[in-house]
Design a protein around this ligand. Structure first.
Ligand code: ADP
Length: 401
């Protein structure tokens, strides 16, 4: 069974074709700078067999419909083609960022599902692109089932006392203003993988999952179900991120708007695109930050310490939510690769039962692995995330009924 996973962002389209029977990735691609003067498409065919080979083409890609057509041309075309025809695609799984309160599980796309997703667009206006991808796929792939998998769905088990904001109730009743949480497919994927590694049924594990990529979020997972998470109504809340501020005093908006004579939209853009690690030290890639720290850059050092501090304080908070944890699970670009961030985030937590093994933590390796000391009450795991595989598995499960 071949499943095509589609992830439409505001100016990009990522895709992955997976052969579920053979357990391999057939092709993976990214179309960038959609709507700009010059866009690009990059595809890796059989990436597991040829990890260094990629095809790149630059051209104008006016909109997401054009990007979808380009993706299809490349997947079946003579030049880069990996399949003979679109009929070789058995199902399509779409990543959808915001499912609101309407979806607590993946769903087969029907007219009413499309309308419900449309109704949720005001909650995440930038993600209208998701909907365009779905509609284009329905038009281009006749008779191929489409499934939607939501970033928010794993977090729908969060209890009301944790998802409500202490603001006037009508913001919730009229506009559905509440915590939704994002990165759900990643938190769900690593939860299952961690349970497997620990040899426990998933509905018996208590975990703190720590997704640290460009976007960063954590989740408290009680008996395999999400009990709390750091992102909120939008993915701006919670941890410090590459360019996003995470939690700040909400009065900062009004303060900055007044003193810098900025509109609310401009303040919003500043907190999303010019803050986080970048705001403190001018760099948003943790590898660059370490290189700068090594040269004595004090701002890079401060950014690194602030970043790890937020992870650490959230570990403490989520231990309180859970009562006890089987494991802290680090994932995504920084979580999987950055021993220094993991070490600083876990430093001084011995009394809470968390002790890293510095040697194991320092080793880079593939796959799920434990990096805690023998006498650590709580395991510390590194679990590589795979959101595309999670979406493909969910798609297969829905299609097979
Ligand atoms: P996204 O959220 O876009 O999916 P990723 O999960 O790929 O992002 O994570 C990107 C982040 O991972 C970047 O900030 C980058 O600095 C960081 N990263 C990748 N590799 C390493 C590494 N070896 N050491 C430290 N950080 C890394």
């Amino acid at each position: 069974m071949n499943i095509l996973v589609i992830n439409c962002g505001s100016s990009s389209l990522k895709y992955q074709l997976l052969d579920m029977a053979g357990g391999s990735v057939v092709a993976t691609g990214v179309i960038e700078r959609i709507g700009e003067e010059l866009g690009s498409i990059t595809q890796k065919s059989n990436p597991e067999k040829y990890p260094d080979a990629k095809s790149v083409e630059q051209r104008t890609i006016p909109n997401h419909e054009a990007a979808m057509r380009l993706m299809v041309d490349k997947l079946v075309g003579e030049e880069w083609g990996v399949i003979d025809s679109l009929r070789d695609i058995d199902a399509i799984g779409h990543r959808v960022v915001q499912g609101g309160e309407s979806f607590s599980a993946p769903a087969l796309v029907t007219e009413s599902v499309v309308e419900t997703i449309r109704a949720n667009v005001p909650l995440a206006p930038l993600h209208e692109a998701n909907l365009i991808g779905i509609e284009a796929a329905l038009e281009m792939f006749h008779n191929t089932p489409n499934v939607v998998v939501f970033d928010t769905e794993f977090h729908q088990t969060i209890p009301q006392k944790a998802y409500m904001y202490p603001v006037p109730m009508e913001l919730y009743t009229e506009f559905k203003v509440r915590k939704y949480g994002f990165h759900g497919t990643s938190h769900k994927f690593v939860t299952r993988a961690a349970a497997e590694h620990l040899g426990k049924p998933v509905d018996e594990v208590n975990l703190i999952t720590v997704h640290l990529g460009n976007g960063c979020s954590m989740a408290a997972v009680k008996n395999g179900r999400c009990a709390d998470t750091t992102m909120g109504l939008t993915p701006l809340a919670g941890l410090m991120m590459g360019t996003r501020c995470g939690d700040v005093d909400p009065a900062i908006h009004a303060f900055v708007a007044k003193h810098k004579q900025m509109s609310l939209a401009e303040v919003d853009a500043m907190l999303n695109k010019e803050s986080g690690l970048f705001g403190i030290c001018g760099m948003n890639d943790m590898r660059d930050i370490h290189a700068a720290r090594d040269k004595g850059d004090e701002r890079a050092q401060l950014a690194f310490e602030m970043f790890a501090y937020r992870v650490k304080t959230t570990i403490g908070a989520y231990l309180a939510v859970l009562g006890n944890a089987d494991a802290i699970v680090f994932t995504a670009g920084i979580g999987e690769n950055d021993a220094q961030v993991r070490a600083l985030a876990c430093e001084g937590l011995e009394e809470l039962g968390i002790v890293l093994d510095p040697e194991k933590n320092g080793v880079r390796a593939a796959g799920v692995r434990a990096v805690n000391a023998e006498d650590s009450r709580v395991a510390v795991l590194i679990v590589p995330t795979n959101e595309e595989l999670e979406i493909a598995q969910a798609t297969r499960a829905i299609v097979k009924g």
